[in-house]
Design a binder for this molecule. Structure first.
Ligand code: NAD
Length: 431
């Protein structure tokens, strides 16, 4: 009996999986919207799951088996769309959650896409470039009949980049004897990528927070100039956000990577920090700053904490120690539901991931439109269109949050689910 109790206690103290979190978020918003339960049952689960085991010849000449996933969550609003992640800890539950968030993110941004996501369990940092290429090409061959410009369109995510997208595009076209540029987005500009895509997630996040500030929605913050930011994660998303915000007058006082962070209350220049990382291979020991650990970064006294690393970064006791008045979620799923509730109780505004980081998939959509029309737009055109979409999405989320007397996250899910349910109702179910 005592043992059962302690097992139960242990289980209840376990974090919910990212997919369980995504289901809770959907259920909460669907309840407020009064979505019928039979429709909700369809929206919660992925439509299709591919689990692949495939061989790759390593530089040593030995064959190594790799595990890969592609989850196609929902295509009611258009082809499945979502990134591919390379990471040693990629798992099915995580990919299912990320695919589901893509469905809702695309709906918030009013894009004609559904949601998908993929991943390969690997440690790209321990692989040579040739091994990465062979692994990507073999993974793509296994996926080739299940992706395509009108079916499912991958893009970069953690540890994948434009070069990886170029290999996917080439392998897909070789497999199909075709020349489709729109099979992936986030590819190099030379082979059909869009100007502005690389910076788009960070830029979109900047447009959202700046718009919220200008609308007077963020207590105690009246302009971007001088507003202090702590940025967790200095990869594609975090570094571009930090550089764009810095160039607009924001004060970036702390930045971290997986190995730790740096802090200077007078402000850091993220352009120089980037050069320091390129030169030394780490963010630590930057001349004008003090080294801090990853927990200290989250607890930095600042106006805005930017979560731009991975899921569940804000969990456990840390939610009680956050001193920022706003959390901007540029990563997917960085806040656990328990921490979300604590932040709400403490009056900290959370600008949710499915709104804040939608800039990446929005410019991916622009890239796809350019590809389908054999066209290319200027960076100015891309950024203006991005600004229009991100600020419109923010306004929609804000209105829904007010209408349903709820937080921005639930407002965003309400807006997204409402759109998908309306589309689904018009299309009906094939008998
Ligand atoms: P990336 O691989 O380029 O960068 C990830 C960064 O996070 C690295 O700097 C890494 O050192 C850091 N990091 C990892 N664990 C950390 C920890 N515990 N503490 C501090 N830093 C840590 O990945 P990215 O493309 O920038 O993606 C970051 C997040 O944004 C992910 O959640 C991703 O799903 C999401 N996202 C990315 C895009 C995109 O366009 N790349 C779009 C939408 C959402």
């Amino acid at each position: 009996m005592a043992e059962t109790k302690s097992v139960k206690k242990k289980e209840s103290s376990k974090l919910p999986t990212p997919f369980e979190v995504s289901m809770m978020q959907v259920e909460k918003a669907a309840k407020m919207l009064k979505v019928p339960s039979d429709i909700l049952n369809f929206l919660k689960v992925p439509q299709r799951i591919l689990r692949l085991e495939f061989p790759v010849i390593m530089d040593s000449g030995k064959i190594q088996m790799f595990k890969g996933y592609r989850v196609q969550h929902n295509n009611v609003c258009g082809p499945f769309k979502g990134g591919i992640r390379y990471h040693p800890l990629v798992g099915m539950e995580e990919v299912k959650a990320l695919a589901s968030w893509m469905t809702w993110k695309c709906a918030v941004a009013e894009l004609p896409f559904g949601g998908g996501k993929g991943g390969v369990v690997c440690d790209p940092k321990a692989m040579s470039i040739k091994e990465l290429e062979r692994m990507t090409r073999r993974f793509t061959k296994e996926l080739a009949n299940n992706i395509g410009p009108d079916v499912d369109i991958p893009a970069p995510d953690v540890n994948t980049n434009p070069q990886v997208m170029a290999w996917i595009q080439d392998t897909y076209n070789t497999h199909h004897y075709n020349n489709q540029t729109g099979v992936v987005t986030g590819k190099p500009v030379e082979i059909g990528g869009s100007l502005g895509r690389n910076e788009a997630t960070g830029r979109g996040g900047f447009f959202v927070i700046n718009h919220a500030i200008l609308k007077g929605h963020l207590k105690g913050i009246s302009q971007i100039k001088g507003t202090s930011f702590a940025v967790q994660g200095f990869g594609n998303v975090g570094s571009n956000f930090a550089k764009i915000a810095f160039d607009e007058g924001a004060k970036i006082i702390a930045i971290s990577q997986v190995e730790g962070g740096i802090y200077n209350p007078e402000g850091l220049d993220p352009h120089k920090v980037e050069k320091h990382i390129a030169k030394t291979g780490t963010i630590l020991n930057y001349k004008d700053a003090k080294n801090i650990d990853n927990t200290a970064l989250l607890a930095t006294k600042c106006d805005v904490l930017v979560a731009a690393a991975l899921e569940n970064a804000i969990r456990g006791r840390i939610a009680k120690r956050i001193k920022a008045s706003v959390v901007l979620e540029l990563a997917n799923g960085p806040t656990t539901p328990k921490s979300d509730a604590i932040l709400k109780e403490r009056g900290i505004t959370v600008i949710p991931d499915i709104l804040a980081n939608a800039g990446g998939v929005t410019v991916s959509y622009f890239e796809w439109v350019q590809n389908l029309n054999h066209d290319s737009w200027t960076e100015k055109e891309v950024n203006e269109k991005l600004y229009f979409r991100m600020t419109k999405a923010y306004d929609g989320v804000f209105v829904n949050a007010k209408k349903y007397k709820t937080d921005l996250r639930t407002g965003a899910f309400i807006m997204a689910i409402d759109r998908v349910v309306k589309t689904l109702t018009l299309k009906g179910f094939y008998p």
